[in-house]
Design a protein around this ligand. Structure first.
Ligand code: XUL
Ligand code: CO
Length: 475
């Protein structure tokens, strides 16, 4: 898993000039806790062992091709601002060059995995046939670049939301020919995933929901979606692929209400159609925030069901209410994520995919490195602090004490069903529980503060160094 310690230059990637000359050929590396340089890691030290595993095993970082390579930072109010000298016409030639730049980017950033949609890597062309022929043409280059760098595919997916034909949904649309296109795209990506050794295959139902309930045949749409997933499961088996299937929940946007609302809803749907054992969840921070849940809720539900399959790393802009895909910058969110990930024993085959983009005013190629470095570091602080908490065992002790009453005769009797209803009610009549004696305070704030203090201790040395600010606010 640790990257081959070779030195590669842009020329090894088949590039004629260095797309990132500001790095002067030097990859992003760890320069010590709190080093504070925007193009060096202050916390993420890939090979360093944390609780017996290297940091890059706990945090298998992945680049999202659509944002990092294709995102031009356009929004609904204006065109893209991104300066991307390697972008040109939407041709195969440019697609190949872009792929080379992508691998060089990941190499320089110290990222070990990549994730992409079918439409990210080649032009669609005039129809599905041409699109798939284009994909076939680029696969050998993918294999070559993966071999050169040791960078592997975290997940593949199919874009079933951008093409105008998907305006009413893909597997939940109103026309079977659209369903057929969605399935053909999925089948192709299963084949590609197998060829390039993808670890996971993601299903994000971008337009699988509704915009107007009044016009909806809910039962038909749900059955069609289930059929689509069942056929994907069958095809995976047919071609002998072992890729892990992940569903990425999201409550809304672009539709008013999406069927894969949150992890619990996804589980209910999968159970209903006998699919639960075939899928896990890919949990995205900003998607959880859109359903008004903290991401640790989604992660915990997934982990508890044995379905934690991966993470899309980002965060929403505070109070915005949109899927803004900011790079993770809040260490407390990172810590809460990593507490669940450590308890889960890691992400196994899953990756942390940076489904995130620079802000519109951070438009230079250098910002791609600055954003990934900051996001990776933030998550690494979360990892270090979560490991500290786990080692100290203080949170575990609080939890054990909190639920200890369930180990009493009454607790066991209720839980294992051995106690008769009469005896349970008798116990209730016999004892009136008192707050403070029978039922202790939870001291929630002190326990929350354990998290703050763990983060603070991970940054030790930083806070103690007095740095004279170079500028002051005028007042
Ligand atoms: C959209 C989103 C997607 C999926 C892949 O909100 O998260 O980019 O991750 O289709
Ligand atoms: Co995502």
């Amino acid at each position: 898993m640790v990257q081959t310690p070779r030195v590669l230059s842009y020329r090894d990637f088949g590039l004629k000039e260095d797309p990132f000359p500001f790095l002067k050929g030097q990859p992003i590396t760890f320069r010590g806790i709190g080093c504070g340089e925007p193009l060096a890691f202050s916390c993420y030290n890939p090979g360093e062992k944390i609780l017996g595993k290297a940091m890059n095993i706990w945090l298998p970082m992945a680049m999202a091709f659509w944002h990092t390579m294709r995102g031009l930072l356009a929004d609904m109010f204006g065109p893209g601002t991104a300066v991307r000298p390697w972008e040109g016409q939407d041709t195969m030639e440019n697609a190949e060059n872009r792929l080379r730049v992508a691998f060089y980017f990941m190499w320089m950033q110290g990222i070990q995995f990549w994730c992409f949609h079918d439409t990210d890597i080649v032009p669609y062309g005039k129809d599905l046939k041409e699109f798939h022929a284009n994909i076939d043409r680029i696969v050998p280059l993918i294999l070559e670049l993966q071999k050169l760098t040791g960078i592997r595919c975290g997940w593949v997916t199919q874009n079933l939301f951008s093409h105008p034909m998907y305006c009413k949904g893909a597997a939940t649309g109103t026309h079977p020919i659209v369903w057929a296109h969605a399935f053909a795209q999925t089948r192709k990506m299963l084949e590609v995933g197998k060829k390039i050794g993808a670890r996971n295959h993601v299903f994000w139902g971008g337009r699988e929901g509704y915009n107007e309930l009044l016009l909806l045949l809910l039962g038909l749409e749900q059955k069609n979606l289930a059929r689509f997933l069942q056929m994907a499961v069958q095809y995976r088996k047919q071609i002998g692929a072992t890729v892990q299937f992940l569903i990425e929940p999201k409550p809304k946007e672009p539709t008013v209400s999406q069927y894969d609302m949150c992890m619990m809803v996804v589980y209910g749907f999968l159970r209903r159609f006998g699919l639960a054992s075939h899928f896990k969840g890919n949990i995205e921070v900003n998607h959880a925030q859109l359903v008004d849940l903290p991401v640790e809720h989604e992660l915990t539900v997934a982990a508890d069901l044995g379905m934690l399959g991966g993470i899309d790393g980002n965060q929403g802009t505070f109070g915005d209410g949109w899927d803004t895909d900011d790079f993770l910058a809040d260490p407390m969110i990172a810590l809460r994520i990593m507490i669940v990930v450590l308890k889960n024993g890691g992400l196994r085959r899953g990756v942390v995919n940076w489904d995130a983009k620079p802000r519109r005013e951070s438009f230079m190629p250098e910002d791609l490195f600055r954003t990934h470095t900051a996001g990776m570091d933030t998550l690494a602080y979360g990892l270090r602090a979560a490991a500290l908490l786990q080692q100290e065992g203080r949170l575990e002790a609080v939890i054990a004490e909190r639920y200890a009453p369930w180990l009493s005769d009454l607790g066991r009797g209720i839980a294992d069903g051995s106690m008769a209803p009469e005896a349970i009610c008798e116990a209730a009549y016999a004892h009136q529980p008192q707050l403070g004696t029978d039922i202790p305070s939870s001291h929630i704030e002190s326990h929350r503060y354990l998290l703050t203090s763990a983060l603070q201790r991970c940054c030790e040395g930083v806070g103690s160094t007095h740095i004279e600010p170079k500028w002051r606010l005028a007042n």
